[in-house]
Ligand binder design. Structure first.
Ligand SMILES: Cc1cc2nc3c(=O)[nH]c(=O)nc-3n(C[C@H](O)[C@H](O)[C@H](O)COP(=O)(O)O)c2cc1C
Length: 203
C-alpha cells in the first residue's frame, strides 16, 4: 500500500525510528534507543526501530530488487511517521542514510518526519537542514521540532544499545525537545493518515 491510507482507523500512528549510522561502535543505536523509549512511554505511538545496519542494502543499484531493499521499503511503507536519528559527518548526514532514503520513494510520501541529530562539537544542525531538503523533495512533511545533541556535552551510554532508555546526560532540554517533536509527529501522523485514506496524494 505505497503512500497508503488508514488501514487501522483510531489506532495510534506507527512511528518508525530510523538509525541512520551503520558505523561500528556507533552512538546512533543508543541515541535511537533513548528516543524510541520516550516514544513508547507516551502510549500514543506504535514504535518500530528500523536499524539500517540490519539491512544489507547494496551500494549499487541493481535491476532486480534485492530482498534487503524490499524488506527496508516495506518497513517504510508501514509507517505513518518517522524519526530519523542521524550523526553529522562532515557537515551533513552519512552516506548510509542517503543510500537508504533513495531506495524508497512512494513509501515516504505525505508522511511527517522529525530529526534527532548529534555531533562531536556540533549539534548536527547541518545534518538536519540537509535532510529537510531531501525529505521535502520526497513530499514529506518535516516537523519543526527537533533534537540536536552535542555528544561532548550530552554523552550517551553506548552500551545501552537500541533498547536502552537512558537519556543523554546534561539536563532536561533533550527530553523537552524530543517531547515537542513527538507531539508534532502524533498530530501530523494522525492527520495525514486520515488524509491519505480520504484521497490519493497528488503527484
Ligand atoms: C566521517 C566522520 C565525519 C564527522 N564529521 C563531523 C562533523 O562535521 N561535525 C561534528 O560535530 N562531528 C563530526 N563527526 C563526529 C561524529 O558526529 C561522532 O563521531 C558521532 O558519534 C558519529 O555518529 P555514530 O557514532 O552514530 O556513527 C564525524 C565523524 C565521522 C566518522
Amino acid at each position: 500500500m505505497s503512500g497508503g491510507g488508514d488501514d487501522r482507523p483510531g489506532a495510534p500512528p506507527r512511528l518508525a525510528v530510523i538509525i541512520g549510522s551503520t558505523r561500528e561502535g556507533r552512538a546512533g543505536e543508543a541515541v535511537a534507543g533513548w528516543v524510541a523509549a520516550l516514544a513508547r512511554r507516551r502510549g500514543d505511538l506504535e514504535v518500530d526501530v528500523v536499524d539500517l545496519a540490519e539491512f544489507d542494502l547494496p551500494a549499487r543499484y541493481l535491476c532486480a530488487v534485492p530482498p534487503a531493499v524490499a524488506a527496508f521499503t516495506g518497513r517504510v511503507d508501514r509507517a505513518d511517521a518517522f524519526v530519523i536519528v542521524t550523526p553529522e559527518y562532515n557537515h551533513s548526514f552519512p552516506a548510509s542514510l542517503k543510500q537508504a532514503i533513495d531506495y524508497a520513494y512512494d513509501e515516504w510520501r505525505a508522511k511527517p518526519v522529525g530529526f534527532v541529530a548529534y555531533g562531536h562539537g556540533s549539534e548536527g544542525m547541518y545534518a538536519i537542514e540537509h535532510l529537510r531538503a531531501v525529505c521535502t523533495e520526497l513530499h514529506m512533511a518535516t516537523v519543526r521540532g527537533r533534537v540536536a545533541l552535542d555528544l561532548l556535552a550530552h554523552p550517551v551510554d553506548r552500551a545501552s544499545g537500541a533498547d536502552g532508555a537512558g537519556p543523554p546526560a546534561g539536563g532536561a532540554r533533550p527530553e523537552q525537545d524530543a517531547t515537542a517533536m513527538l507531539d508534532q509527529l502524533v498530530w501530523w501522523g494522525t492527520a495525514l493518515r486520515e488524509a491519505r485514506a480520504r484521497r490519493p496524494y497528488v503527484s
